[in-house]
Structures are given as structure tokens and as C-alpha cells.
Design a protein around this ligand. Sequence first.
Ligand SMILES: NC(=O)C1=CN([C@@H]2O[C@H](COP(=O)(O)OP(=O)(O)OC[C@H]3O[C@@H](n4cnc5c(N)ncnc54)[C@H](OP(=O)(O)O)[C@@H]3O)[C@@H](O)[C@H]2O)C=CC1
Ligand SMILES: O=C(O)CCC(=O)C(=O)O
Length: 423
Amino acid sequence: MPNLSFVTPTRNSPWGTYLSQIDAVEPYLGKLARWVETLRRPKRALIVDIPVELDNGTIAHYEGYRVQHSLTRGPGKGGVRYHPDVTLEEVMALSAWMTIKNAAVNLPYGGAKGGIRIDPKQCSLKELEKITRRYTSEIGIIIGPQQDIPAPDVNTNGQIMAWMMDTYSMNVGATATGVVTGKPIPLGGSLGRVAATGRGVFVVGREAMRRLNIGMDSARIAVQGFGNVGSVAAKMFAAHGAKIVAVQDHTGTIHNDSGMDMSALLEHVAQTGGVGGFKGADKIDNENFWDVKTDVLIPAALEGQITAERARRLHTRLVLEGANGPTTPDGDQVLAERNIVVVPDVIANAGGVTVSYFEWVQDFSSFFWTEDEINVRLDQIIIGAFKGIWETHEKHKISLRTAAFTVACTRVLQAREERGLYP
Ligand SMILES: NC(=O)C1=CN([C@@H]2O[C@H](COP(=O)(O)OP(=O)(O)OC[C@H]3O[C@@H](n4cnc5c(N)ncnc54)[C@H](OP(=O)(O)O)[C@@H]3O)[C@@H](O)[C@H]2O)C=CC1
Ligand SMILES: O=C(O)CCC(=O)C(=O)O
């Protein structure tokens, strides 16, 4: 492990996972490998204290982060996560995966990510607004439409982006719609952004399934996480004939061997807040989710879910990583030994940031596209990027993850070399 004094990663922790992915790509970088160390260090990491007065009158302090892993190919870009387990180490890894993802689909961005260590389910709407506004002011010294552009991630949404945009705009004295993406449509948001990540998961999955001869009509799919990414992906796969046989979130794990009715499940989740208790499926133990017989498994929750132990139990042919970093290095090794194909996060979930890029471009030009135009362009970019990664995987006989990293790191390090080091 490189000697960064401010984190202590382990082999399967998020930053440790990212570092092992960089180790794997190094032999495929040719002469650019002399620059690889730049990828093992974030360019800039900001830790902020967020003091707020709660509804009961007490003062609470939350820890917030914004990490800009790379600014080599353009401004930082990446979401903001609200979760009680957020740490600097996790945000560093998430920001580094943004560098790789943005380069893998050739968007003109570096990579960044932010987060607050908080359980937003315990906060009132008023408290959430205060926390978001204070966090935005604190990280305001490093974000901006040309510097670093946040977006939604776990437990953040259009409302939070609206507060961030408003706070930043008040602080700079001008409306700056391009400072965040994933905004509501009336504030310069883009059509198609809410569904974009799940749509990208579906499009990449369909491309991979075609290459692996997995028929859509007969495909059995399990999804972990039924939020923005998992629910849209599940709905799209079901609409194209696949069977969603298992779904898991914090409220439980449900299973139906004949496939579930997605409209009814979405309705149930809208009413009750989770998949638990859904009448159209049986409840099973959470750990048994990993034993369900499937063709495609979509982890769409958090990091570190597919451990070596779970990877040994999977009955599937394809893992489609909707979440960022869901597979540990040990899990990845077991999947490779078992010939289970993994389409990595950095391409499988790149649809969201791609439409964020469209939103940013639309905000700058103040000219807005139709949803059809957005979806056609999204599909073109994602399918083209996946094709290039697949060809690299076949050419070097390497995993799709190492192939995606080869394409992306080559772009980042070429830019690094051409920019040079000194002001
Ligand atoms: N939103 C986006 O545009 C993008 C998101 N991603 C990644 O996709 C993943 C999901 O993000 P998103 O859908 O936006 O987040 P959401 O907050 O919308 O949903 C997260 C989902 O995961 C569930 N979940 C959380 N922890 C667990 C767990 N331990 N076991 C089972 N389920 C769990 C949540 O359940 P519950 O509600 O019950 O807590 C919820 O259903 C993350 O890794 C994120 O970084 C990647 C690219 C873009
Ligand atoms: O839309 C964006 O800018 C970033 C989304 C994100 O955080 C991700 O892709 O993980």
C-alpha cells in the first residue's frame, strides 16, 4: 500500500479495492506506467465540519467531505452521498472511480465525490436543508461550474441539488445552474437524468447478455438495492421480458421464482418505503439472496457486497455492477475463477454521469434537448464505450474491469503527460 498518512486501507476496503484495480492495470499501460502513481493519490481532499441547530434546539456537528481525485481531464465531477457509514476513505475511492468512469466513457471531466456522515432518515426536512446548505457553503471554496460539479448519489436527490445550487448561487451573487447536476427540471435539470443510471445499467447489460448468449426473454435477474439505480434497471429489464426473481433492500429480501410484477412492487415501495412485505413475492433470509439461481445479478446498493464467501455461492453467469465498488478484490478473484463475467461499475453505471454531462452542457448553452435526444445520445455513448472495452478485454485476454481501467487510465495518463508537471 502507498504511504498516505490520512487513511489506512485494507485489501478489501474501498480505497484498498481501488488500489488493487490500479495494480492490475499497470502492466497494460506501456510507457504511461511511469505516471501511474498519480492515480494512487487524490489531488485534493477537503474535510469540513457542518454545525447545525436541530429542531429540538441542540447543536449537532456532522463531518462532510469533498475529494477531487483528479482534475487532469477537466473539472471534478461526481455525486454526494448522505450515509452514516461515509468516511474519508470511502469518498476517496468513490472519487477515484469517478476519474476512471468519466475517462472510460470519454467525458471531459476529472473525478470527484462528496459525502456527509449522517443518517438522513433521522432528520426532518428542515434539518436536511440546513445541513445541505451549510455543507455547500463549506465546500464552496472548491466547487463551481468550471471547478467541480456535484450530483446525486445514495440518499441525495433533486431537492438536495436544488438547495446546493441555490446556496452556491447566493454565495457567488449570481444564479449558477451549472454548479450541480441532477437538479429539478425547472432549475435547469435535464430530462432523463433521474432514470439515466438505471437505463445505462440496462443498456450495458443487454449488450453484455447478447455477447454471452443470455436471452432476455428467459433471463432471471436479482437486484440488490431498489433505489434510483436498482428500481429503474429492474423496471427496464422486466419491460424487455426478463424475470426479476429476487430483490433486496434494508427492509428485507423478497423472492418469486416466476418473476415479480414491477409496477406493483414500485407502487408498494412508494407506499411503504421498502420492498419488505410485498404481497407478490415470498420473504427470504437476507443472506439467502446470494444463493438465488439467476442469469444476471445486479448489485445496486453499496460497496463491498460480493465478498469471496458470497462469490463462491452465486449461481449466476453475469454480475452487472450498478453500485460503485460492490465487489471486493477477493470476491473478484473468485468470480474470475468461476468464469462469472463481471461488467464493472465504471461502465455499467456510467449512464448517470453521462446525462449529468448533458445537463451541464445544456445549462451552459441555455438550450434544452428532448428526452428522446438525450436517450439516443446516452445509448450511443454507452454502447460505443462498452464495445471499446469489450475489444480491449478480448485483445489482451483480461477481465472487463481491467479492460475498462486500461482504456480509462490510458486517457488520464496521456493527458497528464501532455500537460506536464510545472506551472
Ligand atoms: N444515483 C446515481 O445516479 C448513481 C448511483 N450510483 C451508485 O448506485 C448505488 C445505489 O445508488 P442509488 O440508487 O442512487 O441510491 P438510493 O439511495 O436511491 O438507493 C440505495 C438503495 O440501496 C439499498 N441499500 C442500502 N444499503 C443496503 C444494504 N446493505 N443491503 C441492501 N440494500 C441496501 C437502499 O435500501 P433502503 O432504502 O432500504 O436503505 C436503497 O434501496 C450506489 O453505489 C451509488 O454510488 C452509481 C452511479 C450513479
Ligand atoms: O452524475 C454525476 O455527476 C455523478 C454520479 C455518480 O456519483 C456516479 O456515477 O457514481
